[in-house]
Write a protein that binds this ligand. Structure first.
Ligand code: SAH
Length: 349
């Protein structure tokens, strides 16, 4: 029998789960408090030993453990490799900022979107993460940060995986991470990044969750976009932008457009001009990311001067834009690079 992942349950669901095990009603509160601290079942010392033993047979508390951690000497960014209960590996990144720490969270093991420059997708998708495995990442990191007196303050769903390709679990996670009985993190401190699955973007707009939507645009038109993102063959850029507009209208939140600058593909000034006309009137912000070169792909970032020129051109056309500061350059901070290296090492052994 598969064991129940307690972290995937809302407090209400936890209550009925424990009721079925014939436990006293007040136990749900105790178990919930332990779960919120990222504790394992054997650590739940105010439960009777018999109940702990029974729970250990049929349930799992945190299915995510930190297996390795690499801290950047440049900027304190920390890259994490987690192991899941079934042995699969996922990645995370913790960025320490003065206003609070940000955790970059994974939503799938691998990814099937096939973006040309992304290391997460090179081996395809292995499986979706459960809501509890997403929450488990936050709790494992909170435990790691606790001795420093820190905890996760912001979350970006920008690790491996396409969150909207794992829609139900992602939405459930958003409810869990926001619930006072678990981590109580404000949805306004959460960004969800998508490569642009238009129907799911529309669904998300209707959920009434005030998360920031980041859209991986990466191009000013369909022709260029198709060179980088296979998903552009399924959804036209105009449809992506109209779903973005709908998101802004329904949630009152502005959207972020991610734009990875790739030399010789999308980084010329005419691309900036075209992008500016496309985005005119849309309440959004452009995040320029000089491409993080991935060993397996023959794609490169433009020069710093070209990046600055692109930024200035957007600004001159009244598009709000910034260049994303590169962090963790010495620790394979970019999507999927670390997990990939570990998988390769395993094969070589
Ligand atoms: N699947 C989601 C979230 C994961 S990636 C999405 O596509 O948005 C988070 C961001 O990093 C995306 O904008 C993605 O396109 C970008 N990214 C991935 N690999 C990159 C690389 N090598 N260099 C720069 N940006 C990259």
């Amino acid at each position: 029998m598969e064991r129940t992942q307690l972290l995937s349950l809302t407090q209400e669901e936890l209550r009925s789960f424990l009721r079925e095990l014939d436990t006293a009603p007040f136990r749900a509160k105790q178990v919930g408090e332990w779960l919120a601290r990222g504790a394992a079942i054997e650590e739940m010392t105010n439960l009777p030993a018999a109940l702990r033993a029974r729970l250990a047979e049929c349930a799992v508390a945190n299915p995510v453990s930190i297996r390795e951690s690499f801290r950047s000497k440049l900027d304190d960014t920390q890259k994490l490799l987690y192991e899941l209960a079934d042995g699969n590996l996922i990645e995370g990144v913790v960025m320490r900022y003065h206003y609070g720490d940000t955790l970059c969270l994974s939503t799938q093991v691998g990814c099937r979107m096939g973006c040309r420059f992304c290391a997460s997708t090179l081996n395809g998708r292995v499986r979706d993460l459960t809501a509890g495995e997403m929450l488990g990442q936050v709790l494992a990191v909170n435990r790691m940060l606790a001795p420093e007196g820190r905890r996760v303050h912001n979350i970006v769903l920008m690790g491996s995986g396409e969150p909207l390709d794992n829609y139900e679990n992602t939405v459930k996670f958003l409810h869990l991470v926001n619930s006072p009985e678990r981590t109580n993190i404000s949805l306004r401190n959460i960004s969800l990044s998508t490569c642009g699955l238009v129907p799911r973007m529309r669904d998300l707009a209707n959920e009434g969750l005030p998360v920031t939507l980041s859209i991986s645009l990466h191009a000013p038109n369909d022709e260029v976009r198709k060179q980088l993102l296979p998903v552009a063959n399924a959804y036209a850029i105009e449809d992506v932008l109209s779903a973005a507009r709908e998101y802004v209208e329904k949630t009152g939140r502005r959207v972020i457009f991610e734009y990875a600058l790739v030399k010789g593909v999308n980084s010329e000034l005419r691309h900036a001009d075209e992008l500016a006309s496309r985005l005119r009137g849309l309440r959004g912000h452009v995040n320029l990311i000089p491409l993080n070169a991935v060993r397996e792909r023959d794609l490169h970032p433009p020069t710093r001067a070209d990046v600055d020129a692109f930024l200035r051109r957007l600004e001159a056309r009244h598009i709000s834009a910034t260049v994303r500061r590169e962090m963790g350059a010495d620790i394979e901070g970019a999507c999927g690079q670390l997990r990939r290296r570990v998988l390769e090492d395993r094969q070589e052994r």
